[in-house]
Design a protein around this ligand. Structure first.
Ligand code: GDP
Ligand code: MG
Length: 439
C-alpha cells in the first residue's frame, strides 16, 4: 500500500510537468514527422535528445495536454535550431564586397546569382557587378550575361579562354576601378564533388577573400545533400546556405539537416525559376512545414479512431443537407472531445489560425464539464437557436448550471467560431482545407 500511495502521490506531483512517460507517444509522433520530412536519421536522433532534455520537467500549461505542451517545445526548438538573427547578408566590408556562389552543377547557382543581385539592388540600392568563372560551358557565361541584362545589372565578361582564377582577378580589378560596392562571382559546379572543383574554388576564395561564400543546395537532392554539404564545408569556408527549388515537392527536412550538419545559417530559399522567386529564410514557416502536415494527419487518424463514427457521420450528412449546426451538435462534439487529446492543436491548424486561438476550448475536463452543464440548462429551443438567449435567460442558465455569466458568453462565442469552421468544412470539403494548411 505504501508503495501504491507513494506512486499515486508521485503522479499527482508530476501531473503539472512533462515526464519521460507522458511525452512518450508524442515523441514517437515527432520522430515520425521528422523522418517523413526527410530529416536525416542522425539529425533526428540528436534533435530528439536535445529537445527531450529541454522538455522533461517543464511545467504544463493548465489548458494543454502534455502532448500539446511538448509539441510547443518541439516547434520552438526547431525554430531555434534552424534560425538566427543573421540570415541577412553581411555586406559591411571595404568595397567591393565579394559574394562567392558555390555548389554542384544544376543546383541553381547561376539563377541564384541573378536573384541575389536583384534582391540586393532592391533592398540596398548598391552598385553591383556580376561575373562568371564557369569556363567549361560557353552557354553558362552567356546565361548569366543575359540574366544580368534583364535585371539591368552590369556583367563583367572576360575572355572565355581564361582560367577561373584569372577571371576572378580581372573582375575584382575592374570592380575596384569602377567603384562597385558589390561583386557577385558565379562558379562552375560539377555533377559530383571532385578535387579539381574544390581546388579551383579554393584558389578563387583565397584570392578574393569573399565576405560571403554561399553554398547553393538543391532541396530536391534529398539525402545525397548531406554528403555533399559535409564535403563542401570541410574543404571550403562557407558563410551560409541557400536552398533552391523549395517550390518543388521536395521535403522540408533538408533545412534542419543542413543546419545541424554544417552549423551554417540558411540565408535564402529559392521558390521558383523567376528572378523574383527568392525569399529570406523564415525558420518558423519551415518548422511548421516540417511538423505541420504529418502532425495534422496523425491527429486526424487519431480522431477518426476515437470518435463515435455514426454520430459524426450523421452530423456530416445533416450539414450537407442544409442542417444548421446547433448547440446539440456542439454538445455531441464536446462529449467526443472528452475522449481525445490534442484537439486544440487540430482545430488551430484546421482553422488556419484565423478564427480560433490556440486555446479555444480548454482541454481540461473541467472546462468541458462546464460547457456540458451549461448546454443542459438550456431549453431545446435555445439549443437549436442560441441567438435567442438574452440577459435574463443567461442568468437563469448560469444559476441552473452553477456557472458564471461570463462562462455562458464565452461558450456562445466559441460556438459561433466552431460554427464558422463547420461552414468552411461544408463549403470546401475537408480536403481543400487540408490543402490550405499544407500551403
Ligand atoms: P547551376 O548549374 O547551379 O548554375 O544551376 P542553374 O542556375 O543553371 O539552374 C538549374 C535549373 O534549376 C534551371 O532550370 C533553373 O531554372 C532551375 N532553378 C533554379 N532555382 C530554382 C528554384 O528555386 N525553383 C525552381 N523551380 N527551379 C529553379
Ligand atoms: Mg551555372
Amino acid at each position: 500500500l505504501a508503495e501504491r500511495l507513494s506512486k499515486s502521490l508521485r503522479n499527482i506531483i508530476n501531473k503539472g510537468r512533462l515526464t519521460e512517460d507522458n511525452i512518450k507517444d508524442t515523441i514517437r509522433e515527432v520522430r515520425k514527422a521528422l523522418l517523413e520530412a526527410d530529416v536525416t536519421l542522425s539529425v533526428v536522433k540528436k534533435f530528439i535528445i536535445n529537445v527531450k532534455k529541454k522538455a522533461i520537467g517543464h511545467e504544463i500549461n493548465k489548458s494543454f495536454t502534455p502532448g500539446q505542451e511538448f509539441i510547443k517545445i518541439v516547434r520552438n526548438e526547431l525554430i531555434l535550431s534552424m534560425g538566427d538573427q543573421d540570415n541577412d547578408l553581411n555586406l559591411s566590408t571595404q568595397p567591393p564586397a565579394i559574394i562567392l556562389i558555390i555548389g554542384l552543377q544544376g543546383a541553381g547557382k547561376t539563377t541564384t546569382v541573378a536573384k541575389i543581385a536583384k534582391w540586393i539592388q532592391n533592398k540596398y540600392k548598391k552598385k553591383i557587378l556580376i561575373t562568371s568563372t564557369d569556363v567549361y560551358r560557353a552557354a553558362a557565361i552567356k546565361q548569366l550575361e543575359i540574366l544580368s541584362s534583364q535585371i539591368n545589372i552590369n556583367f563583367y565578361l572576360s575572355n572565355i579562354n581564361q582560367k577561373p582564377i584569372n577571371i576572378t582577378k580581372e573582375a575584382i580589378q575592374h570592380a575596384k576601378l569602377k567603384f562597385y560596392d558589390i561583386l557577385l562571382i558565379d562558379t562552375a559546379g560539377r555533377l559530383h564533388i571532385d578535387e579539381k572543383m574544390m581546388n579551383e574554388i579554393q584558389e578563387i576564395q583565397n584570392f578574393s577573400n569573399p565576405i560571403e561564400t554561399l553554398l547553393v543546395v538543391d532541396s530536391m537532392m534529398g539525402q545525397d545533400a548531406i554528403n555533399m554539404a559535409t564535403n563542401f564545408n570541410k574543404y571550403l569556408s562557407i558563410s551560409g546556405i541557400i536552398l533552391t527549388k523549395t517550390d518543388s515537392d521536395s521535403r522540408s527536412g533538408i533545412a534542419l539537416s543542413m543546419r545541424y550538419i554544417t552549423g551554417k545559417s540558411i540565408k535564402f530559399i529559392g521558390t521558383g525559376e523567376k528572378i523574383t522567386n527568392l525569399e529570406i529564410f523564415h525558420p518558423e514557416r519551415m518548422a511548421d512545414k516540417i511538423l505541420g502536415m504529418n502532425k495534422v494527419i496523425s491527429i486526424i487518424k487519431d480522431i477518426e479512431e476515437k470518435i463515435n463514427k455514426s454520430d459524426i457521420q450523421n452530423l456530416t450528412k445533416k450539414l450537407k443537407q442544409g442542417h444548421d449546426f446547433n448547440l446539440n451538435d456542439f454538445l455531441m462534439q464536446i462529449k467526443e472531445m472528452k475522449k481525445m487529446g490534442g484537439l486544440n492543436y487540430f482545430i488551430d491548424k484546421f482553422s488556419n489560425n484565423e478564427i480560433l486561438s490556440n486555446n479555444l476550448l480548454g482541454n481540461d475536463q473541467n472546462a468541458l464539464n462546464k460547457i456540458e452543464a451549461i448546454i443542459y440548462s438550456m431549453t431545446p429551443k435555445e439549443r437549436n437557436n442560441p441567438s435567442i438567449i438574452k440577459g435574463s435567460r443567461k442568468r437563469r442558465i448560469s444559476l441552473g448550471s452553477g456557472t458564471q455569466i461570463q462562462d455562458i458568453n464565452k461558450l456562445l462565442k466559441n460556438f459561433d467560431n466552431i460554427k464558422k469552421i463547420m461552414k468552411k468544412i461544408k463549403n470546401n470539403g475537408i480536403s481543400k482545407i487540408m490543402r490550405n494548411i499544407k500551403n
